[in-house]
Design a protein around this ligand. Structure first.
Ligand code: SAH
Length: 484
């Protein structure tokens, strides 16, 4: 492992960027602050920004994660078992045998009492990792441009559902709403639905979106929540199925799919077996073992995924990951869009092919062992965009079309991020310009920023080619920008 730097200088309350993932062979992680740089004189059509006088300091962490992949089986166990560790051990003991990695991942991330996402803000410098909306306001603004364009293609409906899956801190939605607020008819049309499993993050989203509880006129007891950013009503849901149907629907999913639980399968001399999580002999820690016989998941999900792949593609692989939850969510999206019209934009790190072995754990911006102190680190896996395409088509090929994936760089470039950054640069101080340029590079660049004159540790790492974007759209809406 080659760790370049870890800066303790990151301050709270500003946008921090970002752990991004690269190829399996080596992964890079970097983050730094970037501000809302604001009040451009020439914003792109319809884009507005709120003035933020604060000019945050710049700080960057860059970590070359080469060699972090597939950490060794050795890890030290925590001194006392956490509530989640006790829970996982009791499941394994009660079952009398190991659990799938998918079940382990689901418990670790979203157990309603003690899952990783449930009780704390995991984002930013004080948290465990950072995402694109936290790097720069431009990310949410560009997703806003995409959303407004689709709304236009829908025929400017008076009412639409705008759904975000896994909104994190609510930053993407806030920037989308601010950036598109000049499109008054669009803003007025929105019923916002946030699909979020974490009560803590729901509260953060409420605050980020500057929500208020409003009395409903004519009813003294009933209340609704609206965002004061635009006046749009907001509802929270545990899953997409809870979002009311009947309105055209636009769905955004950024870094949602990579948190969905995956199964891992391994090739052995006796065929494909499932890698599962068991207790060590002394029951003190967890370990991976191979299932001795086919599991329901291998019979169902591995078989299904292999049907979507070439024999040659499979032949090259020693390990395969399959995410049944991604298939299920995609089919729900496709069915909703088929029935109600609209489209979905999915942005995540991943590949347009079968994923072999990508599961990883990040705690406090560093890679850690997947089985070490579960619940204290994020778990995520590469998104299999081929499986998303095939799932959507399987659910509703006649009525929906799937576009992409294209790179994040192509997506944001076509949506106008270059014009936006120039407009912002013309209207900011020199102090604000540096984090703005750095944030821009992180979103659309590829690798280390060539223009960087600051310290090596703070050098922005672009992930524009590592993140991919895919759209699923009702055929009635035509081809979405910029997938033409
Ligand atoms: N989109 C945000 C956050 C990404 S992290 C961003 O880019 O900053 C993943 C988000 O999905 C978190 O908000 C997490 O709580 C939520 N999440 C993860 N699994 C979920 C599930 N099964 N159901 C609902 N929300 C989930």
């Amino acid at each position: 492992m080659l760790r370049k730097s870890v800066s303790p200088l990151l301050s709270q309350g500003i946008r921090q960027a970002i752990p991004f993932l690269s190829s399996r062979a080596g992964v890079s992680l970097s983050f730094s602050s970037s501000s809302h740089i604001l009040n451009p004189s020439a914003p792109p059509a319809g884009q507005t920004n709120e003035h933020n006088p604060d000019s945050p300091p710049t700080a960057t962490i860059s970590i070359d994660r080469s060699g972090l992949y597939n950490p060794s089986d050795h890890f030290h166990k925590p001194s006392a078992d956490s509530e989640l560790v006790k829970h996982l051990k009791s499941i394994i003991k009660f079952r009398g045998g190991p659990i799938s990695i998918a079940e382990y991942m689901e418990e670790v991330l979203t157990n309603p009492n003690c899952g990783f996402y449930i009780n704390k803000d995991v984002f930013g410098a004080g948290g465990d990792f950072v995402t694109s909306p936290e790097v720069s306001q431009m990310f949410g603004e560009m997703v806003g441009v995409w959303t407004v364009c689709l709304w236009e293609q829908l025929g400017r409906p008076a009412k639409v559902n705008l759904v975000e899956l896994g909104p994190g801190r609510g930053t993407l939605m806030a920037d989308l709403l601010r950036g598109s607020s000049k499109f008054v008819d669009f803003s007025k049309s929105l019923d916002i639905h946030l699909v979020e499993c974490s009560p803590t993050l729901q509260k953060l989203q409420y605050n980020t979106l500057k929500c208020i509880d409003e009395a409903i006129s004519g009813d003294n007891t009933a209340k609704r929540i609206t965002t004061t950013l635009t006046g749009a009503p907001i509802l929270w849901h545990a899953d997409l199925e809870e979002v009311p149907s009947g309105l055209p629907t636009i769905i955004i999913a950024h870094e949602f799919y990579d948190a969905l639980p995956i199964h891992q399968f391994q090739r052995t001399s006796s065929g494909w077996t499932e890698k599962v999580v068991d207790l060590s002999d002394d029951s003190c820690s967890f370990r991976f073992v191979l299932s001795p016989q086919p599991t329901p998941a291998s019979l169902l999900f591995l078989r299904k995924r292999c049907q979507w792949a070439d024999k040659e593609e499979i032949a090259k692989l020693e390990q395969i990951e399959v995410c049944p939850k991604a298939i299920e969510v995609t089919q729900q999206i496709a069915k909703r869009i088929s029935a109600d019209g609209g489209g979905a934009l999915i942005i995540d790190y991943g590949k347009n092919e079968i994923i072999s072995d990508s599961l990883q754990a990040i705690r406090k911006h560093k890679f850690v062992n997947i089985l070490d102190d579960p619940g204290s680190a994020d778990l995520s896996a590469y998104v299999d965009f081929t499986a998303i395409r095939r799932s959507a088509e399987e659910a509703s090929a006649e009525i929906i079309s799937v576009y992409g994936p294209i790179t994040q760089s192509q997506l944001l470039g076509s949506l106008g991020i270059n014009f936006r950054v120039e407009a912002l640069l013309q209207n900011c101080t020199e102090e604000q310009a540096e984090p703005l340029r750095a944030g821009y590079w992180r979103l659309v660049g590829d690798g280390e920023a060539p223009f960087w004159e600051g310290t090596e540790e703070q050098k922005p790492i672009g992930v524009g080619l590592r993140y991919l974007a895919m759209a699923i759209v009702n055929k009635n809406q035509g081809i979405p920008v910029p997938f033409e």
